[in-house]
Design a protein around this ligand. Structure first.
Ligand SMILES: Nc1nc2c(ncn2[C@@H]2O[C@H](COP(=O)(O)OP(=O)(O)O)[C@@H](O)[C@H]2O)c(=O)[nH]1
Ligand SMILES: [Mg+2]
Ligand SMILES: [Zn+2]
Length: 303
């Protein structure tokens, strides 16, 4: 039995790496055993670069999204996550809120990576939003992966150093450009992993972990871009607790089971109405709750 870490996952196939640095393609024993990138596993080598994963260690945290039908794990056992946004095409405030709630609910340290900072006027337009995130305590790191690769490395490598970081973001923000800027041989690695996983042409549809140059402990995890980010795995209360600006106000509403939408005496709505908390995030939060209820109503009753 060998101890290993999952460095790429594609369906039931994964690529694992032992402490000695040996890589093997692996499947799990049994369908109920699911692995994701960053998992610590016990595996039995079968020879010829193959292995069977027998067990998965308890996760310190996990970044996941879910809709009514299924849950998708992005990665586990993270030190932090960088959410990549850009001024053009404009990032979605709603997707950003959802990703932030998912990470915050797991206690994962989050930073915003604002790419394409070279896009002057579009960049200026999002500045008020960046101020909101800075005020909430999130680190905001600016870069231009395509036009200023050296400055981008200088801005990001100190933040990445010695840590395991998940990079995630909606498509088009420049995540692939960023990975290629930070990991010199990312393209070659991805082709090798893709071949090992027999993923064929779907080179961007799986999550994989890279080593950072000149950084023995540093790891960066690239994940596929997304167009939707469901939070069905989180209760209303867990979502509310994942909003840092709500924290001091929770418990001050008139009703203990307040949904912070229309109830009289809601401390959070009052704070949004008089500008003490950001109204855009508040309104998006309220919309999440409404959507969740619609799904709950549509589910058949199982008595
Ligand atoms: N202006 C500008 N464009 C960028 C920058 N980084 C990436 N892009 C462009 O944005 C587009 C999407 O980049 P890509 O890395 O494929 O995004 P991904 O979908 O997030 O992986 C491409 O046309 C890139 O050339 C940047 O720093 N500045
Ligand atoms: Mg990409
Ligand atoms: Zn309330």
């Amino acid at each position: 039995m060998t101890h290993a870490i999952v460095i790429a996952a594609f369906g039931r196939q994964s690529l694992i790496q032992t402490e000695q640095g040996e890589q093997m393609s692996a499947v799990t024993r049994g369908r109920s055993l699911q692995v994701t990138v960053g998992d610590q596993v016990q595996a039995v080598p079968l020879g010829a670069g193959q292995a069977v994963i027998e067990s998965v260690a308890r996760r310190r945290n996990e970044f996941k999204r879910s809709d009514a039908a299924r849950t998708k794990w992005l990665a586990a056992n993270l030190d932090q996550a960088g959410i990549v946004i850009a001024p053009d095409p404009p990032y979605s405030e709603e997707l950003l809120l959802r990703v932030m709630i998912a990470g915050q609910a797991e206690g994962i340290r989050l930073a915003l990576i604002v790419n394409k900072s070279d896009l002057g006027s579009a960049r200026t337009r999002i500045e008020p939003r960046l101020q909101v995130y800075r005020a909430l305590g999130y680190e905001v790191i600016e870069c231009s992966a395509r036009t200023e690769p050296d400055a981008t490395r200088a801005a990001l490598l100190p933040w990445l150093r010695g840590r395991t970081t998940l990079l995630l973001g909606q498509s088009g923000m420049g995540k692939s450009t960023l990975i290629n800027c930070l990991v010199p041989d990312a393209g070659q690695h991805t082709r090798e992993i893709s071949a090992a996983l027999a993923a064929g042409k779907h080179t961007t549809t799986f999550t994989r972990m890279f080593r950072l140059p000149d950084d023995p402990q540093g790891r960066i995890i690239d994940s596929p871009g997304f167009q939707a980010f469901g939070l069905e795995h989180l209760s209303e209360s867990q979502r509310a607790h994942a909003m840092p600006e709500f924290e001091a106000l929770l418990g001050q509403c008139r009703f203990h089971n307040c949904t912070h939408r229309t109830e009289p005496g809601c401390a959070i709505r009052e704070a949004a109405l008089d500008g003490r908390i950001d109204t855009i995030r508040y309104q998006l939060f309220v919309r999440l709750t409404g959507e969740s209820e619609a799904i709950a109503r549509a589910k058949p009753w199982k008595g």
